[in-house]
Design a binder for this molecule. Structure first.
Ligand code: IMP
Length: 177
């Protein structure tokens, strides 16, 4: 039987418009700073990073990092673990961490603290989505695409157990579907 596609929360058109706006904002903010490093957090940020990087009008390098959440059984403990580091040094460079979604804020907080200790020239954060009501850790997100409520979303890089990552829009998983 064919599975029902997730309901649309944010359409392709709305994502594209917001990505253009954020890219313009970043391009203006770093116009006189030379090259920036866009540091994508795998896997969820890969589509957002691909789109945003192609819309910047400033020099940029691309790096990736991967983290996972320590689990006790199948329950995430909240502690974050680095599973793949960046290849190049970020010392004296302008870094923007690119995340798919900030939920509790633990991942972005961990990465921000860890990368800050490596002496970048500056470090900012950019997230396509923010579940603001759920964020427990005190984090500054410098560029936010959309603030959403506490629902599990998929598509545009985000998954549910590896499903729906390549949907072109942001959809909501309905537990009864
Ligand atoms: P945080 O550390 O609680 O902020 O969680 C961030 C990570 O949890 C994201 O990078 C995603 O991998 C994952 N995540 C949180 N909420 C969702 C969601 O609604 N859909 C897909 N992934 C999510």
């Amino acid at each position: 039987m064919q599975r029902k596609l997730p309901d649309t929360l944010i359409s392709e058109e709305k994502i594209a418009k917001r990505v253009n706006e954020i890219a313009a904002e970043i391009s203006a903010d770093y116009a006189d700073k030379g090259e920036i490093v866009l540091l994508g957090v795998l896997k969820g940020s890969f589509i957002f990073l691909a789109d945003i990087s192609r819309r910047l009008t400033i020099p940029r390098a691309i790096e990736f990092i991967a983290v996972s959440n320590y689990e006790h059984g199948s329950i995430p403990s909240g502690a974050v673990r680095l599973v793949m580091d960046v290849r190049e040094s970020i010392a004296d460079r302008h870094v923007i961490i690119v995340e798919d979604i900030v939920d509790t804020g633990q991942t972005i907080h961990y990465l921000h603290e860890m990368l800050k200790s490596r002496s970048p020239a500056s470090i900012k954060t950019c997230a396509l989505l923010h579940k603001a009501q759920k964020t427990k850790v005190d984090v500054d997100i410098d560029y936010v695409g959309f603030t959403i409520s506490d629902e599990w979303v998929v598509g545009y890089g985000l998954d549910y157990a590896e499903h729906d990552r390549t949907l072109p829009y942001i959809g909501v998983i309905n537990p009864t579907d």
